[in-house]
Structures are given as C-alpha cells and as structure tokens.
Design a protein around this ligand. Structure first.
Ligand SMILES: Cc1ncc(COP(=O)(O)O)c(C=O)c1O
Length: 554
C-alpha cells in the first residue's frame, strides 16, 4: 500500500493520546519511514475540528481543568494545524458532494475520494469498525497496516527511475488551483495560461519570443518549416539523439547529415561539421544531450562563416542549463524544448516550446502552429495543428516556481553519483583529491569496466536530464540492477543512422564514436528528490554486480 488516507478518528489519535491511539501513531511512524504517502481529506475539515474539540473539552473536564467550549475549539485548531502540516491535503471534488442518500455521507465521501487512486495502491486508515465492515477491501485498522508494513519493510523497496510523485506533492495546491481555473474559464485552446507561460519562459531564457507548441517534436518541425527548409536541403545533426531530431528533417523532405559525436559530452563534435557543409546545408541542429548544452559557440561560429546558416538547438533535455551564463534554448537562431513529463521541466502530457529573438521567425512559428493562419480563416502558409493546450500550460506554470531549486537538486544528485562512483572506481577517498578527479574524469585507467562521462566544463552547467555512465556487458548489468529493484535506461541503444528507416540516408559506419558509445551508455535513476541512501544503494549494487567484476580480456 503506497498511499493512506487518514480517517478523522486516526487524525484525532495523532493529536491527543487516548485509549487505543498508540497503534495509530505507530502505524503512521511506519508509514513515514516506509515512504507511504499520507493524505487528509479537505472535505473533513469541520469534522476534524468538531470531533477533536469535543475530545479536548471532555479530557479537560475529566482533569478538572476549566476549559470553555470555545477555548477547546481553538486548542483543537492549533493541534490540527500542527499535525496536518506533515500530510498532503486531498481535494474534495464535485463527484464527492452528492452523498446524502448514503447511510453515512461522510464515509461515502471518503470512499469516493479513495476511488481516485490506482487500484490496490491506497487504503483508508481507520479505527471505525463500521467503516471497516462496509468497505473491507479499502479500509484497514492500524494493527493490520502495522503487520503489512513489517512484512513489506523486510524486502528492499523499488527505486523510481524518475519520481514525479514527490514533485507533485510539493506543488499540489498551485497545481490544483491552476487546473481548476482553466476548468472554470473554459478557454482550453490558447487561454490566458498559454500567454502567461510564454511570457515567463521568454523572460527565463532571455529570448525575445517564446511560442508554446504541442510537443518537442512539433517545436523542431515548426522551426524547420519556419526556416523554409524542404526537399533538396540538408540539415546537419547528430545521430546520437532521440529519433525526433532526425525525424522532423525527413518529414519536411530534407536530408539529415549525421556528424559524429564528442565522446566526452556525447554531443555533436564541432570539429567535424565544417567538412560536411555544402551549398545545400540549410540548418545545423545540435542536440544538448543529457542536459548539457552542445558546443554552441563553436557551432555558431561555423554557421556564421558559411553565410549565417541558421542553428536550431534541440534543447529538449537541457532546458534550464546554461552556457557562458546564457540559458539553453536561447543560444542560437532558434531553440526548441520539450515538456514531456519526464523532462526536467515537464507537463502532464505532451508540450513543447520554441525560443527565438528573430521577429520574423517568431511570427512564422506562431502562424504555422495554427494551420498557417495569419488571421482567422486566412491561411498564408502551410501549417500544422501544433498548439500546446491551456491545461498543460497551467501544469508547467505550477512547476516553474520550483524549477530552479529542482535544477540545483539535480546537480547535487549528479555530483553525488560522480563522487560515489569515482571513489569506487579509483579508490579515491581523500575529499580534495576526489573533488579534483571528479572535475577531470573520465577515468581512462580504471580497474573496472565502468567509465564516467566528464563533469560539464566550467563555463556550462547541465540539468542532468539523465545521469549516464559507460559500461561493458550492459544487458547483464541492467538485469542485475533490475532484479535488485533498480531500474535503468539506455539513451540511446542505436544511432539514428543505423536505424532501419534512416540507414539509407547516411553511411551507417561513418560515425564510429556514436556507434561505440551507443553500445555502452546506461542511465541511472535520476530526479531531483533522489536521496543519498538510495544513491549509495544504487552504486553499491552496481559495483557488486558480477557483470562489472568480470574483467574483459585485455
Ligand atoms: C533530444 C530530444 N529531442 C526531441 C524530443 C521530442 O520531444 P517530445 O517527446 O516532446 O516530442 C525529445 C524527447 O524525448 C528529446 O529527448
């Protein structure tokens, strides 16, 4: 059981010691150490106050303490404010209102509220025997929960690869308020939240314009369309990326020209670009992979030398990162990002954004995202249905206030991985030496078959959309970690120029670094709320893995 909704009687148990309340307290303590989310129902506020105030009044009377009813109420409120501060408020929804036909409307409300949780994941903690008898599948006594937890805690919990739940708990009030506002004003397409988000994101990046769109893929596609790129044109890009980067080039009828990557960053190697520029090159599309901006100065300089070729930064993974103090997304002609849920700044569906300081391009992007419309029903260019909906913008707005803090938490988590792994692979224990090694890794002479990607260079930061290491025997390692409750992922197993649909566009063997790196990369769990103990467990499990201890023949 991952979620517990606390019945009024249990909340009262937490506020005052009374007969039988010790088990409720123990159950809550076990839930907290076991990572179970605790909820209190917003629809029960008055009942909390009423029941607790009576309890306080009666206890005072029994102790001979002269307490008025109003003083008991105010003591109850004070206690409730303190106790419930540690839990999440579960909103009372409209569907939980019409319960008057039920023999106990309040119990019915709680049961309806529970139906919102995924099946089998949540229960109501109660000491009410009648509730238990009516809803035996969803209600449980503190004693039963204690038993369950003791059993559960003897096995190691699963670690999330990406944890959106903790983040959601932190932003829930703003999130619900934003979503409900949209439900009430009803402007689901291009509503006020869309403009608000665009203004805030433009200010965040320093770009003059932000145009929100339906996804990161759509952002890239619309950018190419706005630049007028089409059949016969070539776009220089990296083969080591998510397929969307190359997909959009082919979709507009142009040809992707794949350039090999720098093994230290996994981003396009700028020293190889110039040799591949032709008269047909109409754009360069670097990807800021894993959260670290590509070598944008070098790429922009090459583009400038060749007649100002537009540069589109695919910042789907790097939004929030900086390069020479400037924000990723605002480092070239156009920047594109994705709000896919697992991205550093994600929504709860699909979404994306385009950034540019070029007025003409911005206007083109705005028109293309609404079917090439310059005025209502006047279609001056070919476009797409590419808007980001208002509800998704409302989600991103709720996340934006916490974004910088989350970036810094991500960097802390990444640095901790780097330190722990450097210590394990090099046996470095002195803190200063470890710090130094962390800066200059990769470990070329390690005794294990695990290598780290170097920490981002001094003049750039990464948002660590992924924390990725290089390993041999990846399949065996992944299987071992998975069996220990630790998920991993591969970003990406096959360079795009080796994918069946793309191989004919470029020689599959002309990017040997990407080919070799693709066989080795493995991403570890990464999110802002990943704790030190979980990271230590991940690294220890990794280092103890048979697949890693087995040394390949020299
Ligand atoms: C590098 C890169 N480019 C483009 C995209 C496409 O973004 P979306 O999934 O929002 O279409 C992604 C998303 O995974 C990505 O990682």
């Amino acid at each position: 059981m991952k979620q517990l909704l606390l019945d009024v009687n249990v909340v009262v148990d937490l506020c005052v010691a009374r007969a039988g309340s010790a088990n409720a307290r123990l159950a809550i303590a076990l839930a907290e150490t076991g990572g179970v989310a605790l909820w209190v129902y917003a629809g029960s506020v008055q009942t909390f106050e009423y029941v607790l105030a009576s309890e306080v009044y009666t206890a005072a009377l029994a102790n001979g303490e002269g307490l008025t009813r109003s003083a008991a109420r105010s003591r109850a409120r004070h206690l409730l404010a303190r106790i419930t501060a540690d839990y999440q408020w579960l909103a009372a929804l409209a569907a939980e209102g019409p319960v008057f036909e039920d023999e106990d409307p309040e119990d019915a409300q709680l049961q309806r509220a529970l139906e919102r949780f995924a099946e089998g994941s949540a229960g109501l903690l109660t000491r009410d025997k009648r509730m238990l008898a009516r809803y035996p599948d969803r209600a449980l006594m503190p004693e039963a929960f204690i038993e369950q937890q003791r059993h559960f805690q003897s096995s190691l919990p699963h670690i999330d690869f990406v944890d959106l739940k903790t983040q959601q708990a932190a932003i829930r009030p703003a999130l619900e308020r934003n979503l409900h506002r949209v439900l009430h004003h009803g402007q689901y397409i291009l509503g006020p939240e869309v403009r608000e988000l665009e203004v805030r994101l433009a200010a965040y990046t320093g770009a003059k314009h932000c145009i929100t769109v339906a996804s990161g893929t759509e952002a890239l596609l619309i950018s190419l369309m706005a630049l007028g790129i089409g059949p016969g044109d070539e776009v220089i890009t990296t083969p080591f990326t998510f397929v969307a980067t190359a997909e959009v080039i082919v979709l507009v009828g142009a040809t992707p020209v794949f350039i090999d990557i720098d093994p230290a960053t996994c981003n396009i190697d700028p020293s190889l670009i110039e040799a591949r520029i032709t008269a047909r090159t109409k754009a360069i599309m670097p990807v800021s992979l894993y959260g670290q901006p590509a070598d944008m100065d070098a790429i922009n300089a090459i583009a400038a030398r060749h007649g100002n070729i537009p540069v589109i930064e695919d910042a789907a993974q790097s939004f929030g990162a900086t390069y020479q103090g400037k924000q990723s997304g605002n480092l070239s002609t156009i920047g594109c990002t994705s709000f896919f849920p697992s991205k550093p700044l994600g929504c709860y569906g699909d979404g994306g954004a385009i950034f540019t300081s070029d007025d003409v391009l911005a206007q083109a992007c705005r028109e293309i995202r609404v079917h090439g419309q310059s005025k209502r029903y006047v279609h001056t260019r070919i476009g797409v249905g590419g808007r980001m909906d208002t509800l998704q913008c409302a989600v991103v707005l709720a996340k934006l206030d916490r974004f910088d803090q989350e970036i810094s938490q991500r960097q802390t988590v990444a640095h901790r991985y780097h330190e722990l792994l450097a210590t394990e692979t090099h046996g470095i224990t002195r803190k200063e030496e470890r710090e130094e090694r962390v800066r200059v890794l990769p470990c070329d002479s390690v005794a294990t078959n695990l290598r780290l990607l170097p920490w981002p260079k001094a003049h750039r930061t990464s948002v660590f959309a992924q924390y990725t290491i290089l390993v041999e025997d990846r399949d065996a390692l992944q299987a071992g970690l998975y069996a220990a409750g630790i998920p991993t992922a591969v970003h990406y197993p096959v360079p795009i120029n080796e994918q069946p649909a793309y191989a004919h566009l470029c020689c599959p063997d002309c990017t040997p670094v990407a080919q070799s790196i693709a066989r080795q990369v493995m991403s570890l769990p990464m999110h802002p709320d990943l704790g030190e103990a979980d990271q230590q467990r991940i690294v220890t499990t990794l280092m103890q893995s048979e697949a890693l201890c087995h040394h390949p023949e020299p």
